[in-house]
Design a protein around this ligand. Sequence first.
Ligand code: NAP
Length: 279
Amino acid sequence: MLGSDLIPVWRESSDLDFYTHSQCDAANREQVRTVLEKNRPDLVLHLAAATDVDRCQTDRKYAYLNNTISSTIVAQECNRIEAGIVYISSIAVFDGEKTEPYTEFDMTVPVNIYGESKLQGEREIAQFCPQHWIFRTGWLFGGGPLDRKFVANILRKARQEELRVVRDCVGSPTYTVDLARGMREIVGNQPFGVYHVVNAGPLVSRYELARHILGIAHFDPDRITPCLSGDLDLSAPRPRMEGARSMKLPLLENPPVLPDWRESLEGYIEERLNQFLSS
Ligand SMILES: NC(=O)c1ccc[n+]([C@@H]2O[C@H](COP(=O)([O-])OP(=O)(O)OC[C@H]3O[C@@H](n4cnc5c(N)ncnc54)[C@H](OP(=O)(O)O)[C@@H]3O)[C@@H](O)[C@H]2O)c1
């Protein structure tokens, strides 16, 4: 999802090549080395990840191989050719007990295997490749035809009788295109390190976000029934707070400011509504 939206954004200013999972397995050192030797990049954007949170909980090999070991390998191979690395992490590295958005300076305590494997991935990146930018982001939306996540799921189910969405998890929705632009600005202008990068706008629960989505698509938002995460049969516990803000970026010169997620969500859905409703 992020990769497909990031490629055109970064190509506006960089000579960018990309590899899908079938073209290069990030957990396979030989394949990673072959790709890096062929291209000799200055910078590698390591976006590969196991993002199915419930599968991570029941299949630890899937989680740690694709989130942690892949990061060890990519970081070590980047360092070998003196390339920088960008790693995308998640607000799921926190325990969700805070009542305010998490900053870069909060203590990381993941509550599920996905969060733990992403956090271990961060540590591997920082340990093995000194030239690193680690971006923790929020609930992503985007991907257009490749969107299989929250926005697409809500709209695909929009015609069904009952739609139940949790009201006890809040987060910072973030548009992949805005994130890609923000990442590009930080990498071009700011020091190495860990940054929280999310769209501006209020914290929102999954339930309220789903109502927004239906409203933009001209469905009745009242068709959604709020529920609690405990009512759903999910393998992985979810942090209650996945909101984020950056304490570091505002202190730097010319930091990127991402738009309000409500504007970006409206533009994204209006542009793609027919696609979502016909798929
Ligand atoms: N989605 C969110 O809300 C969210 C929030 C915060 C952070 N993030 C992070 O943002 C990044 C991008 O996420 P996304 O939402 O774009 O995820 P996505 O749509 O699931 O894309 C992840 C991609 O990684 C590939 N992949 C998995 N293991 C790989 C491996 N060993 N080698 C090469 N490719 C591999 C997957 O290919 P296959 O499908 O073929 O396996 C898939 O194309 C990830 O690091 C994720 O953890 C996502």
